[in-house]
Ligand binder design. Sequence first.
Ligand code: ADP
Length: 449
Amino acid sequence: MFSKILIANRGEIACRIIATARRLGVATVAVHSEADRRARHVALADEAVLIGPAPAAESYLCADKVIAAAKRSGAEAIHPGYGFLSENAAFAEAIEAAGLVFIGPPAEAIRAMGSKATSKALMDQAGVPLVPGYHGADQDPVGLARAAQEIGFPVLVKASAGGGGKGMRVVHDPADLGAAIEGAGREAKAAFGDDRLLIEKYLGRPRHVEVQVFADAHGNAVHLFERDCSLQRRHQKVIEEAPAPDLPDEVRQRMGAAAVAAARAIGYRGAGTVEFLCQDGGFFFIEMNTRLQVEHPVTEMITGLDLVEWQLRVAAGEPLPLAQEAITATGHAFEARLYAEDPGRDFLPAAGWISHLAFPPADPHTRIDSGVVEGDRVSVHYDPMLAKLIVWDRDRASALRRLKSALAATRLAGLETNLAFLNAVAGHPAFARGGIDTGFLDRERETLI
Ligand code: ADP
């Protein structure tokens, strides 16, 4: 095991990684921007290194500054968390070139999955079912329009380099296709510096179900069951749960096997998530995320495993702690994301001073992963997610009761948050029934604000 690691991130995920490192006796180095001098992750780490001014492009996204900080502090490995540099293949390569260990997959695996088009081609070869569509190299608008005709409307135009729901357009009417291709291309160019697009059949009412996978350097690959992340606002996850409600066991098993096949097909190592859309009894690959996901705690709650510990062990060269047969799931877990945003103003990110903050006490049923404490100033420079409330109980109905009481016991004053919105969602009868589709929240939005 490593004796010291650097965490190239901030907020709740940096704090969460520090917690596991500490439990394993691994020393931690935090990096931070000038705006984050007094941030929770800096206070929790054993050491901290200032790497630049507030804008992420001048601090958290500067690979060379992060690597220099690791070298200087004597850290042996770098954990990228999620977001920032976590899915940057050049960053992974630069870390290895500097003689350090990247706590994540091989750079080639990141590259293979970084493009939705390349990954779909690879998954097709590996026999993983895909959403019908076009993911070829020809980007001529006339060719794309022909592909859309063949797929049949409605279609979804997607940025190949996309993430976070950016660069996506649903097109119902062929007459709108040209504008959608242009708009999605422009947005993709601005966000990812890459305007290549793919076109998919737009599924009417799919559920988003994803499988957690893990692989080591010794040829072992397993899955840790699935998470249902259908509760989304504009393609961004709001509340996640595990296991997926009402998923037939036979489908669950086939999805798990497909996800492991996906990981094996690209020589994967470490933690990854294979995302599928489910509709009419079928499941279809959409993308693989080559990092730890925001919603990994729901998997930890039902399996009793620590995914960050597994990441550290695999990165240190150890074999996976458990074989597939030894991984079991019990009960049900939910995670709600607390955002600094104003539902009354189209969910605009909010900034300000947290004058009061109270979470329910942590216990075996309730876990709070927070990046902030009372008195913190929330800036507009970073992702507006402040904390995650995670609950577990023996069945879904009991876990949902726990989620509602955890949300009701949470208080945050000083800036706008989505707390009331989360309370309303958790109390919605359709959510209580389970199995809602990815469009539910956007359709019900007006009744929930
Ligand atoms: P991103 O990388 O931007 O998150 P994804 O491809 O993972 O994009 O898709 C994000 C979400 O968009 C999915 O969870 C789902 O809600 C919706 N989505 C993606 N592809 C389709 C599709 N073909 N049909 C319907 N909805 C889709």
